[in-house]
Each structure stands twice: as structure tokens, then as C-alpha cells.
Design a protein around this ligand. Structure first.
Ligand code: ASP
Length: 348
């Protein structure tokens, strides 16, 4: 009897240590399921055209059609590059160029107006392979600010240039410049007048921000497993004093790291800067058991929301998983990978 008792105790102790050695936590289980159920796609491209108060009941069908078409065209441009074995950096640059050239988005042509009636553009790009990055803030004559951000990354020893200096660098690099009037669109100019009239009654603080975003961004995974992300914007309507938002801030508006993920943000930039949103999501996947989608959703729908920060992110992780969470009414967004394409505007 004594030896039976001893044997039982030994068994209990053995089982305890065997379990302890390999503790499987719940998030790890979830992570394992995600990676074993899904094969890594050859390539992935994810885009956004801004988040905000985008409601079906306020949208006229023609505009909805045009915006959907522009998002699809942008996806096709980037997908063709990735399909042909091009780099994620080239894919996101050309995809963003298409959205910058469309008057429907708040980037390049169609950028919002500042309080002074000018258009001041911000953009950034990051290479997940080298973690090299380039950014520009407050430029007024650059047709495609993402191209200038790319030149800052590729052809300067710096990460971020602003204002006049950035425009001088553009000249040296042969980046296309336009008259400031190129950026004029009636719709954006009218929005500025509306906000200014409201601000006269309630003050600048109350009318800032106007919840019609439209910043554009893209993130991609190429056939070589390299990630990249970029963002381009006119900022926020009625912004003053040379205000620069999150779009050109690496770690807030844009982030890419081959070990984790690539992300682009849109929303109330001040919050995205304060909470280092894009880097926070990447760090969470690096240092915790959260999957990419769980991390992105947590930061946007819990952390940021609880602080009063509105907006969303789009991104792709190193295994090709896509995330597009937002805490606003809608977000122009979409992704493409072999055999699958999605374009959406509103909440499900
Ligand atoms: N995040 C941009 C900014 O604060 C605005 C946007 O997303 O439309 O400048």
C-alpha cells in the first residue's frame, strides 16, 4: 500500500512538472491556429482612403461609385507590381500616387485647406527590410508627396524634411512640382468656409477636427517577404500654425518592420502621435502573444477609443495576415492577395 502511495505521488509530481515545462497560454493557442490554418500568400496589398463620419445615408451613389473605382484601380496598380515580382516599396508608392492624383481623397489633388487657405501636405514611407524611412511635412508644391518622402529615404542621410527645405531638396532631386493652385478643389474649399463660419461662433478648438478625413495609405508584403508602408495627406481642414499631423511621423502614421508588420494610419493625428499607434501595434505583436489582428483591434478599438482618439489603421503582417480596424463610422479600405480582393467603405 505504501509503495502504491509513493508511486501515485511520483506520478502526480511528474505530471505537474511535465505540464509546467510547456505551459500553453490561450493567446499562444490562438496564434497557432491562425498560422496553421492559413498558408502565407505570395503577396498582399492593403490600402485606405481615410476614416471618419462616412455614412451610407449621406453618400450620393455617384460619389460612392467613383471612390470604389479609384480604390480598385489603386489596388490593381499595386497588385500588378507585386505579381510581377516587384518590391513592396514600389507597389505602395505607385498605389499611393494613384490615390494622390484622385480628387476624392485628402492627399495630393483634393487635399484639405489650412486656415490660411493654403494646402500643406505631409507624407512618409518605411522599408520593413532595412527599417529605413523618409518623410516630409508641410510641403506646398509637391504633386506627389510620397515620391518626395521616398527620395528623402533613398537619396538623403535624413528621415524627415519640412517646408521650404523639403521643396529645395525636391528641386535638386527633380521631383515634380506644381503651382499651389493645382491642389484647389471646390469641395474642399467649401468645407473650409463652412468650418470657419462655425469656428466664428464656437471657437477653433470646438470645430477642430472636422470628421471628414481622406488621407491615403498603403502597406504591402512582396514575393520576397519584404514589408513596406506609406501614408500621404493634406492633414486636417482649418489647421493652423504649420500644424503637422501623424502621417509623416514614423511610428505614428506609418511603420514597417519585416519581423512584425507594416501599417498606415488615418484619423485624428494628434492622438496617433501621442499614442505612437503604428509602432504600438507592431510592438504588441513583437513582445506579447497577441496576433497582429488582435493587436491592431485592441489599439484602435480599446486603447485609442478610450482616450477619445478617432480613426483606423490598415496593415499586413509578416505572414500575410490583413488587419483594417477603425473606430469611426466608416473607412475607405481594401486589400488584394492572390485569388482575393475586398473593397469596403462602411461598417459591416
Ligand atoms: N491623420 C491625418 C492628420 O491628422 C488626417 C487623416 O487621417 O485624414 O493629419
Amino acid at each position: 500500500m505504501k509503495s502504491l502511495n509513493l508511486l501515485f505521488c511520483a506520478f502526480v509530481l511528474f505530471s505537474f512538472f511535465a505540464c509546467k515545462k510547456n505551459p500553453v497560454t490561450e493567446p499562444e493557442k490562438a496564434k497557432a491556429v491562425v498560422s496553421s490554418n492559413q498558408e502565407k500568400p505570395d503577396y498582399v496589398l492593403v490600402i485606405h482612403g481615410g476614416a471618419g463620419t462616412i455614412l451610407k445615408k449621406n453618400m450620393d451613389p455617384e460619389t460612392e461609385k467613383s471612390i470604389t473605382a479609384a480604390l480598385n484601380e489603386a489596388l490593381t496598380i499595386g497588385e500588378n507590381i507585386l505579381k510581377g515580382g516587384g518590391t513592396s516599396l514600389d507597389a505602395i508608392t505607385k498605389t499611393i500616387n494613384h490615390l494622390e492624383n484622385s480628387p476624392f481623397f485628402n492627399a495630393g489633388k483634393g487635399a484639405v485647406f489650412t486656415n490660411a487657405g493654403t494646402n500643406e501636405l505631409d507624407a512618409s514611407i518605411m522599408d520593413g527590410k532595412t527599417q529605413n524611412a523618409g518623410a516630409v511635412g508641410g510641403v506646398k508644391t509637391i504633386k506627389n508627396p510620397i515620391d518626395l518622402a521616398r527620395a528623402v529615404m533613398d537619396d538623403s542621410p535624413h528621415v524627415m524634411l519640412s517646408g521650404e527645405g523639403a521643396e529645395n531638396f525636391a528641386k535638386e532631386q527633380g521631383i515634380e512640382q506644381v503651382e499651389p493652385s493645382y491642389f484647389y478643389t471646390k469641395k474642399r474649399f467649401d468645407s473650409l468656409q463652412k468650418i470657419k463660419a462655425k469656428a466664428k461662433q464656437t471657437g477653433y478648438l470646438e470645430t477642430y477636427p472636422d470628421w471628414k478625413y481622406g488621407t491615403v495609405g498603403a502597406a504591402a508584403l512582396d514575393k520576397n517577404g519584404n514589408l513596406a508602408a506609406g501614408t500621404s495627406t493634406g492633414g486636417m481642414t482649418n489647421k493652423k500654425w504649420g500644424r503637422i499631423g501623424d502621417a509623416p511621423i514614423i511610428g505614428a502614421g506609418t511603420y514597417a518592420n519585416n519581423e512584425t508588420c507594416a501599417l498606415s494610419s488615418t484619423g485624428h493625428g494628434e492622438y496617433f502621435i501621442r499614442y505612437a499607434v503604428a509602432y504600438d501595434i507592431s510592438a504588441m505583436t513583437e513582445y506579447t502573444d497577441k496576433t497582429f489582428q488582435e493587436a491592431a483591434d485592441f489599439v484602435i478599438n480599446q486603447k485609442l477609443k478610450s482616450k477619445g482618439g478617432s480613426g483606423g489603421v490598415i496593415g499586413v503582417d509578416k505572414d500575410g495576415n490583413v488587419a483594417m480596424p477603425f473606430n469611426t463610422e466608416g473607412m475607405y479600405r481594401g486589400y488584394v492577395k492572390p485569388g482575393e480582393r475586398v473593397v469596403k467603405i462602411y461598417k459591416e
